[in-house]
Design a protein. Structure first.
Ligand SMILES: Nc1ncnc2c1ncn2[C@@H]1O[C@H](COP(=O)(O)OP(=O)(O)OP(=O)(O)O)[C@@H](O)[C@H]1O
Ligand SMILES: [Mg+2]
Length: 360
C-alpha cells in the first residue's frame, strides 16, 4: 500500500480491439477528466482472451503514456473471461476469521483450478442491506488464474507502469454505473457490456452485483458474418458494419449493399440478444429476487444502431445506452467533447477502473 497524497490511479482496459486509458481527478467528491485515449490494437494481437503479441500491447502502452504525458505510473486494470470466476454465497453472519476459513473451503469446492493457481478476494455485500434477511451476509468470491494475472502485470511493468489494482470488468462497470446512474438502488437492472469478443452481463439487485456472466460473443460476429456472407475482406466488412465507405471498390452495386448489410446486422443482433436473454433467464431461474426492470448497454457494439431496438423488442424491457462520462466534468478546452461522446460507451470499464484509489 502506498500512503502518498495522490491516491488516484490511471484506469487501463486492455480490450481485444483497443486499449482504453482514462484518468480522473477527484475534487470535493466531483470527478473531472484528466486523461482519455482509445488506441486501436492490430487484429490478432489478442485472440480468445490470450495476448498473442505482447510487443504490440507494450508498444501501444508506451505510446499512450508519452502521448498523454502521464507522470504518475500507478494504474488499475482488470481481467475478465474464462480465467476469472465469480460466485456469490449467502451465510449466516460470521467473523472475518470464520469467513476466511469458509472461503478456503468454497475455493476447493467451486473453483475449477487448484487453489495454488489462483489469486482470490472476497467482497462482502452490505449485510444490513434491504435485500438480505436479517443476520445474513452475502459475499462474492472472485478467483483469477495467477498465470493470467501475472501475464498482465508483467506486461504493464515492462511498459513502465505500476499495476496497483487488479479489478474485474463486472465490478469496474458497477462502480461506473453507480457514479453516473444513481436512483436505481431499489431496482433490478442488467448492465450489459458488448465488446468485440466478450459480452459481460452483470445484474444488480439494489445496487449490488447479484449475477455476473461473461459470454463469448461480441461485435466481431457482425464483422465476420458480413465478411462471410458478402465475400469481402475483414477491413471492408468492418467498415460496412460502421456504415462508412468501403475502401477498395467492390463488385456488388452500392444500392444493394446497405440493405444486405442491414439484414446481416439485424440477424446478428438477434443472436446476441438470444444470448443475453439466456443469461437473464438463468438469473431468474436460479437466484432472482424479482424482475429485471431495465437494461443498460455499453461497449463499442452498443453503437450498432438497431441493437438496442432488437433487445428492447425481444426482451420487452426498456434499454438505455450508457454514457460513462455523464457525471464527469469534461473541460472543453482540453478535450474534444463531441468525439468523446461518440466513443463513450467503449470507455465504461476504463472509467470504472479510474475511479479506484490506491489502498482501497
Ligand atoms: N460506431 C460503431 N458501430 C458499430 N460497432 C462499433 C462502433 N464502434 C465500435 N464498434 C465495435 O465495437 C467493438 C469494440 O468495442 P469495445 O471497445 O467495447 O471492445 P473491446 O473492449 O476492445 O473488446 P473485448 O472487451 O470484447 O475484448 C468492435 O467490434 C467494433 O467494431
Ligand atoms: Mg472490453
Amino acid at each position: 500500500m502506498i500512503f502518498g497524497r495522490d491516491k488516484s490511479v490511471i484506469g487501463i482496459d486492455v480490450g481485444s480491439s483497443s486499449i482504453k486509458l482514462v484518468g480522473l481527478k477527484k475534487s470535493k467528491g466531483l470527478y473531472s477528466l484528466e486523461f482519455f485515449q482509445i488506441a486501436p490494437l492490430e487484429p490478432e494481437t489478442i485472440v480468445d482472451g490470450t495476448i498473442v503479441s505482447k510487443d504490440n500491447v507494450i508498444d501501444k502502452l508506451r505510446e499512450m503514456i508519452v502521448h498523454n504525458a502521464i507522470k504518475s505510473k500507478s494504474i488499475s486494470t482488470s481481467v475478465s473471461g474464462h480465467s476469472v470466476i465469480m460466485k456469490k454465497f449467502s451465510y449466516p453472519y460470521m467473523t472475518q476469521d470464520e469467513l476466511e476459513e469458509q472461503i478456503q473451503w468454497e475455493i476447493e469446492q467451486y473453483i475449477p483450478f487448484d487453489r495454488e493457481d489462483v489469486y482470490y478476494d472476497v467482497k462482502i455485500i452490505d449485510s444490513m442491506s434491504m435485500t438480505n434477511e436479517a443476520g445474513k451476509m452475502e459475499v462474492i468470491l472472485v478467483a483469477a488464474k495467477k498465470e493470467v494475472v501475472n501475464e498482465y502485470t508483467d506486461l504493464f511493468s515492462e511498459a513502465g507502469l505500476k499495476p496497483m489494482i487488479m479489478d474485474v470488468d463486472a465490478f469496474a462497470i458497477e462502480n461506473m454505473f453507480q457514479l453516473n446512474y444513481p436512483g436505481y438502488e431499489n431496482d433490478i437492472v442488467a448492465l450489459v457490456n458488448i465488446g468485440a469478443t466478450i459480452t459481460n452481463v452483470n445484474i444488480l439487485e439494489n445496487g449490488a452485483s447479484a449475477f455476473t456472466r461473461d459470454i463469448n460473443i461480441g461485435g466481431n460476429l457482425y464483422t465476420s458474418e458480413i465478411q462471410k456472407q458478402m465475400n469481402v475482406s475483414q477491413e471492408q466488412a468492418e467498415s460496412l458494419k460502421l456504415g462508412g465507405d468501403f475502401g477498395a471498390p467492390m463488385e456488388t452495386t452500392e444500392a444493394v449493399i446497405p440493405q444486405e448489410v442491414g439484414g446481416i446486422i439485424r440477424s446478428v443482433s438477434e443472436s446476441i440478444t438470444s444470448e443475453i436473454q439466456r443469461s437473464l433467464d438463468f438469473y431468474v431461474a436460479s437466484s432472482a429476487k424479482g424482475r429485471v426492470s431495465r437494461v443498460f448497454l455499453m461497449g463499442g457494439s452498443s453503437k450498432i444502431p438497431s441493437l438496442a431496438n432488437v433487445i428492447e423488442t425481444k426482451l420487452e424491457l426498456p434499454v438505455e445506452v450508457v454514457n460513462p462520462f455523464k457525471e464527469i466534468e469534461i473541460n472543453q478546452n482540453k478535450f474534444n467533447f463531441e468525439q468523446i461522446q461518440e466513443v463513450a460507451p467503449s470507455a465504461a470499464v476504463a472509467v470504472g477502473l479510474a475511479m479506484r484509489e490506491l489502498g482501497d
